[in-house]
Design a protein around this ligand. Structure first.
Ligand code: ARG
Length: 446
């Protein structure tokens, strides 16, 4: 007998099956725990509105919980002739509990089921991403403080420009991550709304209690309009992808700086030997491959919003199988980004900075503005001071005092790392992770 939920008398052609299922079963394995949790909330609600008896609910919940634990332990498989995760869970229930298993799907469609699974999956992925972002943030702030007095050249046009510092360099990327957290927070808010009950995209004639499943699953609210709930497929993924891309852009830029600064021609930072890779022909090489791959992976991740956009852009409202394709892009993205964040954190914690960069006279001209400002403060009009110093540099007679005193907010003498950290904390506090954990624990009867 066929294991398809929808197959009646005709069996689908094998080649059609291979083509339509594609990589979906592989992707769906990542959704198994979430699918089960969604079913637990759904049937609890069905019992509440009288579509399932209490004595039916109890064994179903117990069995679903067992499947959840199996998935958690990596023992959940989607069998060869089973189409997707939703079918596999229902199959296991009917196999273990008989006809009772066939009752759980009332008032639901795989369309709202997969919407829900993806949102629960994205919630978890977003939380892990936020944690990884915060680990890198903390390391960057610590390094910024540690090297706050070490000066380095600042560049415009990649030409030596003005004095900067490692305090500024590390701290800049920390603050960039704090802004990226805002993007993740917006993505969290869009994600954390319940689509369940929209069924195939047009609701149901059963008296579903959508507020109950919203509460049971720890959502902030529901996607109210059932047509909109279905339109959220692809939109949620694109929104989350945009936030991930924002983090990826920060990390890619950091990785590029690090590649540049480890080059002998800059010589600003060093990595421990264990963190570099060698060459098969040049015995002296210690290459920053980790930063290079981080840069490439993070640049690739920035294509994700566009890829999702291209798949979903020309679809009218309502469900289409096209949407399945977004999973192959979306599901692996969290692990890819978190891997880069963790690597960047490890590298940034180990990086050593050259404290004597400015001893090299090639950087002398970058103190020109300091000198102009000093003369201006002593009474020479700015434009005259600018000209004097310019002529001295051209004549090779400029000998700077290599001392800088910048005191305004955010400058090298006043990094504001405490304020940047407070800003990060204020964004972090707005994620409703705790409520989600509590709801999920309760649903699992813990
Ligand atoms: N694998 C499908 C997807 O990801 C699940 C939903 C199937 N629904 C349908 N009407 N064929 O979109």
């Amino acid at each position: 007998m066929s294991n398809k939920l929808w197959e009646k008398n005709t069996q689908v052609d094998k080649r059609i099956e291979r083509f339509t299922v594609g990589l979906d079963r592989e992707m769906d394995l990542h959704l198994a725990r979430h699918d089960v949790l969604g079913s637990m909330a759904h049937i609890t609600m069905l019992a509440e509105v009288g579509l399932l008896r209490r004595d039916e609910l109890t064994p179903l919940l117990a069995e679903l919980k067992r499947i959840y634990r199996e998935a958690e332990a990596g023992k959940f498989v989607i069998e060869d002739d089973v189409e997707d995760v939703h079918s596999q869970v229902e199959l296991l229930l009917t196999r273990r509990l008989g006809d009772l298993g066939k009752k759980i799907h009332s008032g639901r469609s795989r369309n709202d089921q997969v919407l829900l699974d993806l949102k629960l999956f994205a919630r978890e992925g977003l939380e892990r991403t936020v944690q990884a972002v915060c680990r890198l943030f903390d390391t960057l702030v610590a390094q910024s403080e540690r090297y706050r007095h070490v000066l380095m050249p600042g560049y415009t046009h990649l030409q030596v420009a003005m004095p900067s510092s490692f305090g500024l360099w590390f701290g800049a990327y920390a603050e960039s991550l704090a802004d990226d957290l805002q993007m993740l927070l917006a993505a969290w808010r869009v994600t954390n709304r319940n689509p369940l009950g929209s069924a195939a995209g047009y609701g149901s004639s059963f008296p579903l209690d959508r507020q109950l499943t919203t509460d049971l699953l720890g959502f902030d609210s529901m996607d109210y309009n059932v047509v909109y709930a279905q339109m959220g497929r692809g939109k949620m993924e694109r929104t989350v992808a945009t936030a991930l891309a924002s983090v990826a852009a920060t990390v890619a830029k950091l990785a590029f700086d690090a590649c540049l600064y480890t080059s002998q021609n800059f010589g600003f930072i060093r990595l421990p030997d264990e963190y570099t890779t060698g060459s098969s022909i040049m015995p002296h090489k210690k290459n920053p491959d980790v930063f290079e791959l981080t840069r490439a992976k993070c640049n690739k991740l920035q294509a994700l919003p566009q890829q999702i956009t291209l798949i979903t852009n020309n679809l009218p409202s309502g469900y289409f199988r096209d949407l399945q394709m977004t999973k192959e892009l979306f599901v692996p993205a969290f692990d890819e980004l978190i891997d880069c964040l963790d690597m960047a954190e490890r590298m940034m914690a180990q990086v050593r900075v050259n404290e004597h960069i400015l001893d090299d006279p090639r950087y002398d001209p970058m103190f020109s503005v300091e000198e102009v400002n000093r003369r201006t403060l002593a009474g020479t009009p700015f434009r005259d001071a600018y000209r004097q110093v310019g002529l001295e540099i051209e004549a090779g007679q400029f000998h700077p005092v290599k001392e800088v005193r910048h005191t305004h907010a955010g400058s090298l003498g006043n990094l504001c790392n405490d304020r940047i950290t407070a800003y990060r904390d204020s964004v972090l506090a707005q994620f409703t992770f705790d409520r989600v954990h509590e709801a999920e624990r309760k649903l699992l009867g813990e």
